[in-house]
Design a protein around this ligand. Structure first.
Ligand code: NDP
Length: 279
């Protein structure tokens, strides 16, 4: 029997650890799958997606910068993708292209179950307002955070998103922010396609917050944002835990296996060893 075929599409895509994670879930559940990385074309992302499914693909993860476009091209969207207007999971069912968003639940699980942070009543600052941020806003509010401020460079995007996410404050990276917040989430893609150095607000670290970087290390060195936070003696985590948790949710959607069959902790140990050998 042919194995099921999955992939992650993004641009750039080389850094993605999704194939290793999905293969580990497949091994755990006794399945044989193929999972590849696809470099999406900035002009022709939609054609790339159609080509993948026409040629027998069963599920596609979508990463930067395509999450909003993945949402827009779907015939059916889940409630969480609809609220985010962004999708990181695509699949066909009964002839229709379905989109879902598992980023938010992935982050909330990592913060609360793995890191042990009580999200109730905390104040959050998020740097960046791309597809990933759109996916995490509503799940964070639902998990009980009391306030979210998003700082983003592009004014037009801030304005558009503030009309859609009415409970969230959108400011520029130069605006003054109240220091009384508990968690900073770094969600820009600075350093990937956009090589402009990320300029952070001068008083960003003043409140001694817990720091979380959605980017994750792909070798031994910590991410740039985690290094900056650690230099200030702050507790800082990268997004590897979120990546594994959001992947587990996608694996469950595509393969209809029980969620509790996927131990994300053991995958994290496995990945830790892989990263040592990759670096
Ligand atoms: P998008 O391309 O959709 O958005 C990128 C965001 O980064 C925009 O807000 C953009 O601002 C901002 N940005 C880029 N370069 C700069 C810069 N030089 N200075 C200031 N702001 C900048 O990307 P995503 O939202 O999909 O992904 C963001 C990051 O999160 C990526 O690193 C991705 O790998 C990571 N991620 C990790 C996940 C995980 O599971 N750990 C899941 C999802 C994402 P502007 O609007 O002004 O251009």
């Amino acid at each position: 029997m042919n194995s099921k075929r999955f992939a992650v599409i993004g641009n750039p895509i080389n850094h993605s650890l999704s194939p290793i994670i999905h293969q580990a879930f497949a091994q755990k559940t006794g399945m044989t799958i193929a999972y590849e990385k696809l470099l999406g074309s900035l002009e022709g992302f939609e054609q790339d997606v159609h080509h993948f499914f026409i040629s027998g693909g069963q599920g596609l993860n979508v990463t930067l910068p395509f999450k909003n476009r993945a949402f827009s091209m779907a015939d059916c969207v889940s409630e969480r993708a609809r609220i985010a207007k962004a999708a990181n999971v695509l699949f066909y069912k009964e002839g229709l292209l379905h989109a879902d968003n598992t980023d938010g639940i992935g982050l909330v699980r990592d913060l609360s179950d793995n890191i042990g942070l009580d999200l109730t009543g905390i104040k959050v600052v998020i740097l960046g307002a791309g597809g990933a941020t759109c996916g995490i806003l509503h799940p964070l509010l639902t998990a009980g955070v009391s306030e979210i401020t998003v700082l983003n460079r592009d004014k037009k995007k801030r304005k558009e998103l503030s009309l859609h996410f009415k409970d969230v404050r959108f400011l520029s990276l130069d605006d003054k922010i109240s220091p009384a917040y508990d968690l900073i989430i770094h969600a820009t893609s600075a350093g990937y396609q956009d090589k402009t150095p990320l300029t952070l607000p001068a008083d960003l670290w003043r409140a001694n917050p817990l720091c979380y970087d959605l980017s994750y290390k792909t070798g031994c060195d910590e991410t740039h944002f985690v290094q900056l936070a650690q230099e200030k003696n702050l507790r800082a985590y990268d997004g590897l835990g979120m990546l594994i948790e959001q992947a587990a949710e996608a694996f469950v959607i595509w393969n209809e296996v029980p969620r509790d069959e996927l131990s994300t902790r053991s995958i994290r140990c496995l990945l830790g060893q892989d990263l040592m050998t990759l670096s």
